[in-house]
Design a protein around this ligand. Sequence first.
Ligand code: ADP
Ligand code: MG
Length: 733
Amino acid sequence: MQIETDMSLKESLQEYFGFDGFKGKQEEIITSLLSGNDTFVIMPTGGGKSLCYQLPAVLSEGTAIIISPLIALMKNQVDLVRSYSSNNDIAHFLNSTLNRQTIKKVKADITSGKTKMLYVAPETLKKEENIEFFKGIKISFIAVDEAHCISEWGHDFRPEYRQIKNMLDTINERIPIIALTATATPKVQSDIKKNLGLNEPNIFISSFNRPNLYYEIRPKRTRDFAIKQIVKYIKENGKKSGIVYCLNRKSTEDIAKVLNINGIKAGAYHAGMESAERTDVQDRFLMEDYQVIVATIAFGMGIDKPDVRFVIHFDIPKSIENYYQETGRGGRDGLEGKCIAFYSYKDIEKLEKFMRDKPLSEREMGAQLLAETAAYAEASVCRRRFLLHYFGEEYPQDNCGSCDNCLKPKERIEGKDFIQAALKVVAGVNENNPIPYLVDMLLGKHTTEIQNYRHDNLDVFGIGKEKDDHFWNSILRQCLLNHFVYKDIEQYGLIKLTDEGRKFIDKPKSVMVSLNHDFESDTSDIEMENTGGKSVLDPQLFEMLSSIREKVAKEHKLPPYVVFSENSLEEMATMYPTTMEELIKISGVSKGKADRFGEKFIEVIDQYVEENEIEKPSEFVMKQVANKSVHKIYIIQNIDKKLPLEEIAKMRGMKFIELIDEIETIVSSGTRLNLDYYLNDIIEEDLQDEVFDYFRGTVAFDKDKAFNELKEEGLSAEEIQLLHVKFLSEVAN
Ligand code: ADP
Ligand code: MG
């Protein structure tokens, strides 16, 4: 390659980009490329990959062609490069979004040698007219960014990437190539090398370790359980920025809604949104108008917010690559970054089902990636070590001090004999089978496959019978991490012995191992379960509150449920409100109700808390999304405007009875509604009073019973229910 400067690299860096020094291995990488070598760069996101081709491009004669998968990001990148230079012609992009005239201008700039960098999508490279054009110009080198897109084993496979090599060969076989990616397992690395035909490339792998990230997996017992924990986590962390990842659009919207209801400003983000809307959400996140983004994986590409303090996976991702990429968006500034993922094996099964209609090879690949993800989640070994091992890197320390497994290690057992047994099975089946097969062998299962190979005749068949599959999966996982075996990536994950493993069979030594987590049957306490929810209702206090309610009801000559509902009492016996402010926070308790009936309740609770030295649960109360909340405000507003109820129902597309139910819910949760404009027209006031007397004399309201007992008055069930709503609104709120 011809270089057009006498300056040292460092001087050029300062001159063209204004940086004082190189980051990581940038200098070596740039030197390699400038010497005309094929170069392969594996560097985590944020490591500074772009500079590895941008600086050489500026320094070389001709134009560098940069292949990048995302048209949407191309413009940003070009703008960024231009911002360093005094002339805009230094960088251009060529893709399907440009009009003819612009294309002409771009090509003219390239031909005249003004343009140092041309960003293209692989599709652009395919077009005949472009290929002809490229044949006639001086190309300094080719950069393939996001090179993992070449491999079906990567997390973002793009078939067009496979054709890059062909097209490059048509243009000119001898141009140096630099390939760059932020994630590449050993398998993906070898795919990239082969597919791009890299010629004895210099390979630069930076460490994937992100020491400031903390990793944790929590069981996802139910959807609600996970959402509750997420709300609690965010609330406890003040105003810190974060991302919550979900796998589908609906979840992003649902969870964003719950967060907002709980006072956390959050926006949903997914691929189904208009692009302007997406940009708006992104901007609001960057400007901290949104504290949290709830997103599908569509979010994050090209987002560079340095102070994302937590990344929560509501759903476990489809692969460890995805997980690593997404968690990688936390703590880019090197400070705190908490990565918490919720895991349930059921989610893995769901994801497998989604792949049902894909071609077989894709399905098998997807299943393997998922199996790795499940193994990661269930592992009780250091998560950092597991992740790095996955990307082909060794993590030497025993305890990273910053993952759940290291902070709370599981009890370890002596694994010597078990490991030896597992290794014997690996050898027994001629190192020709994957993990599930080995587990079946250990357990002595007569599967068709095992019978076909006649492996049930082997001595080692069933030598692990006394343990279960969970146990043997743990042991085999640790065999991998301890390098007694390895997975043959070229051969669909068959398990092979290493030299060390072979030695271990004859001369085993002590290895302490811990078993995987068993999240499915795990019912251990997670701290938050002690707050909120019915599970920790204080039955003694509940009894006391019930009897006060009875007394208060008698004094006011009202049915008890009108004073406070059962639900409100339960919540009081859980949250222990001891002030008026706290009492009002209890659901179903309006300001009016609290003023009218609350005092006695607070007194009793206060005394009870004191006498029993009760520690009140922290502030946290999660508010649920009320199903019909969309209707609520509308209904309240229109009743205030005295619109006929029939009309309101019609405009909302509700049945009349649904509307009444909704009005009842609104009133029961403490909002006062004045229905006189409607009721006084259809029911005489004397009759209303009579019905109110009837209500006062009942213990609970039962619509059908009331209808029967008030038959003689000639009222419909709906009218009775509406009167009851009026009654509640007047006497209780
Ligand atoms: P990647 O593509 O590896 O994710 P980028 O190329 O986008 O990373 O670079 C990440 C950030 O690091 C950018 O803001 C870039 O300007 C900055 N950067 C790159 N190289 C240097 C350097 N030598 N000194 C200072 N900042 C750098
Ligand atoms: Mg990049």
